[in-house]
Write a protein that binds this ligand. Structure first.
Ligand code: SF4
Ligand code: SF4
Length: 291
């Protein structure tokens, strides 16, 4: 069942539906605090599912990182089951001003508002992924969110033949956003987008042909002042764990800080994943691409 919404500029249809869902969903609310939204209006971008970058990630990350074509293989039949053209839909959910401001004032641990966003905001992020998958499937297309797939796998130990340092997984949301024109990587392992580095993100793979979003950058680190120009480094000083240096982000050190030094927050606040995010607030890339 095909209609114009899916044949004439389907990118507009998808973008508008995601924007409306984020704006209107009651789940995008800090229900246990004051009911304010977790996230502002999303950024949405599209990538060609056969972009050569996805194959290159098998060398950059490791062979276990699957391509969009590998993710869609074996999906159940649908009216539009052709695998001739694949697309990846990426989106960024910018964290609201109020939450950023609260975290900016912190120096050792996340603010309560940030921690709610990290735990319950991520639950809403899952709903966004599911919303997009349902939208496409109802229109007769194949769709899968790798993060929600039974095949999604995380690795917490170094893997033979892999360049990625653990933890990593067989689908990187940030790498998908990079291909979809939404931002570039940073020294603290974030993604600096036109709405800054303080966000959650997600992606969905489909066989609906979509016009790829142009990438207005040439290198993987263009938006990080330290990696692109050798200046800044503010996030290094913001990190209470000493987990960031000019050499990069020590994931193990970062994880250990959250698992040990501030683990009490889980019990204190009754939140499964309070996070930290100090390196994403109070930094020049917090709101956008830094000058
Ligand atoms: S604070 Fe500066 S060095 Fe750190 S990620 Fe942002 S731009 Fe890069
Ligand atoms: S690197 Fe980890 S510990 Fe350091 S500020 Fe960022 S999230 Fe916190």
């Amino acid at each position: 069942m095909e209609n114009k919404a899916w044949t004439d500029h389907p990118e507009d249809t998808i973008r508008q539906r995601i924007e409306a869902f984020v704006a209107e969903s009651p789940e995008n609310r800090m229900a246990q605090l004051d009911g304010a939204p977790f996230f502002d209006a999303p950024l949405v971008g599209f990538a060609d599912g056969d972009d050569p970058l996805f194959s290159q990630f098998k060398m950059i990350i490791g062979p276990s990182h699957l391509t969009p074509r590998e993710w869609l293989a074996g999906q159940p039949n649908a009216p539009h089951a052709s695998l001739e053209r694949l697309s990846v839909i990426g989106y960024i959910l910018p964290i609201t001003e109020e939450t950023r401001v609260s975290n900016r004032a912190e120096t050792r641990q996340p603010s309560l508002r940030w921690a709610h966003q990290r735990t319950h905001g991520e639950e809403f992020n899952k709903l966004v992924r599911r919303f997009i998958v349902d939208l496409l499937r109802k229109a007769g297309y194949l769709a899968i969110a790798p993060m929600d797939s039974e095949r999604w796998e995380a690795f917490y130990e170094a893997q033979p033949g892999h360049n990625a340092k653990p933890p990593f997984s067989n689908w990187s949301e940030r790498h998908a956003q990079f291909v979809a024109g939404l931002g570039t990587f940073s020294v603290n392992d974030g993604l600096i987008t036109p709405r800054g580095i303080a966000h959650r993100c997600g992606s969905v793979i489909t066989n609906l042909p979509l016009e790829p979003t142009p990438r207005d950058y040439s290198g993987p680190y263009d938006h990080c002042l330290l990696l692109a120009k050798g200046t800044c480094g503010v996030c290094i000083d913001r990190c209470p764990a000493g987990a960031i240096s000019e050499a990069g982000h020590d994931k193990e050190h970062c994880r250990a800080y959250m698992a040990n030094d501030i683990a009490h927050l889980r019990e204190d606040w009754g939140l499964a994943v309070p996070g930290c995010g100090l390196c994403q607030t109070g930094v020049p890339c917090e709101y956008g691409i830094p000058e």
